[in-house]
Design a protein around this ligand. Structure first.
Ligand SMILES: *Cc1c(COP(=O)(O)O)cnc(C)c1O
Length: 370
């Protein structure tokens, strides 16, 4: 696998090591394939040129392909959270309530954003590692007509849990509410055909399933949801998606785009088109199954009741400190995985396997873990 932060960055000086390239098995940022590194190394053209406008248009078209939408995919210069914030400020009209679905750290973030903007919100919370029951969402929507928009997570990275995007979309469509899904670690991993399933808005970031460095966030609006960003809103300026929509047909963005990253994401999309979307999903399915089976065979326990194929969350065998394993993998094997967040700190290890990973990569991380 082609990665590579500088080797010297992780080697302990004066100590012999048994690895020559550090490996990332983190749930974002992920390893960047050589093809994408090459795309990044091009001298960036100025963004107000025909050369770049063509690239910008092609990448946004290819993003529509990835989302399987006839709507529009807007690119923002931001990490994934920027797209989350943009969707909140553009969709929430004064006097309306949000419903935030919380089963982990990233679900919680929806509530934090609403709070920052003084937008009233309700939450449905499930214990970490569980998926949100669609029936509870239906009940809440039926009981509270002030809720206009539901904010959820497709793959919850802090718990490695996949939520029922299709079921949630069925519930919100039937009740004429807007559904916004954070697909930052599911897009390019799990199927999420936006138009077919009826998901109004999908947000992502470049450093996870899109295999690129952090810095581009996207908001995908289904064709019927394009008008949902219009109307009276609270303050919006940098995140005003009306500006992004207005500029897109010209192949331009409202503000200076992350030019080099547009090339990177373009190359990532070219790789996915070559492999085929169904094959990309099938590969992640197999790798996810391999990590889960292998880790359980050596005594680790799956944390999630509904495991995603982007990242695997594992609890250690009794008597083993997960933080010490994270440290040992990094220092002895040159392998970076993630620990747990919040109350799972020290009690969990998370292995990322989204992007260009293949089965031989999985042997590497499982072998080291054993
Ligand atoms: C990484 C991630 C985010 C966004 O994080 P940024 O650091 O802002 O890119 C949001 N949601 C999920 C599920 C994520 O995995």
């Amino acid at each position: 696998m082609p990665v590579t932060p500088p080797v010297s960055a992780t080697q302990t000086s004066g100590t012999a090591t048994t690895f020559t390239r550090p490996r990332l098995f983190t749930p974002g940022p992920v390893e960047i394939p050589a093809r994408i590194l090459r795309a990044l190394s091009q001298i960036p053209p100025h963004h107000r040129t025909d050369v770049f406008r063509e690239v910008y248009k092609r990448v946004s078209e290819d993003l529509r392909w990835l989302h399987q939408t006839q709507g529009e995919v807007l690119m923002l210069a931001a990490s994934g959270s920027g797209a989350m914030e943009a969707s909140v400020v553009n969709l929430m009209a004064p006097g309306k309530k949000a419903l935030c679905l919380v089963g982990g750290k990233f679900g919680e973030r929806w509530g934090s954003i609403c709070k920052a903007y003084a937008i009233p919100f309700e939450t449905i919370e499930v214990p970490w590692g569980h998926a949100i029951p669609v029936a509870e969402v239906e009940k809440k929507l039926d009981a509270d007509p002030a809720v206009s928009t539901v904010f959820g997570t497709h793959s919850e990275t802090s718990t490695a849990t996949l939520h029922d995007a299709q079921g949630l979309a069925r519930a919100t469509r039937a009740r004429k509410r807007v559904l916004v899904l954070d697909a930052i670690t599911s897009l390019g991993v799990h199927a999420l055909p936006q138009d077919e399933w009826g998901v109004d808005v999908v947000v992502t970031g470049s450093q996870k399933g899109l295999m690129s460095p952090p810095g581009i966030a996207t908001v995908s609006l289904a064709p019927w949801a394009l008008e949902a960003i219009e109307g009276e809103r609270g303050p919006r300026f940098y995140w005003d998606l009306r500006k992004a929509r207005k500029n897109l047909p010209m192949g331009e963005s409202a503000f200076t785009p992350a030019v080099s990253l547009v090339y990177a994401v373009g190359e990532a999309l070219a790789m996915m088109k070559e492999e085929g979307l169904a094959s990309v999903h099938a590969r992640h399915r197999r790798l996810g199954a391999a990590v889960r089976a292998g880790a359980q065979a050596i005594g680790w326990t799956l944390f999630s009741k509904s495991p995603a194929d982007s990242v695997t969350a594992l609890e250690p065998p009794s008597g083993v400190d997960a933080s010490a394993v994270v440290k040992r993998l990094r220092e002895t094997h040159g392998i970076t995985v993630a620990g747990g967040q919040d109350h799972t700190k020290g009690k969990m290890l998370r292995i990322g396997h989204m992007g260009a990973y293949d089965l031989s990569d999985i042997y590497v991380v499982l072998g080291a873990l054993e």
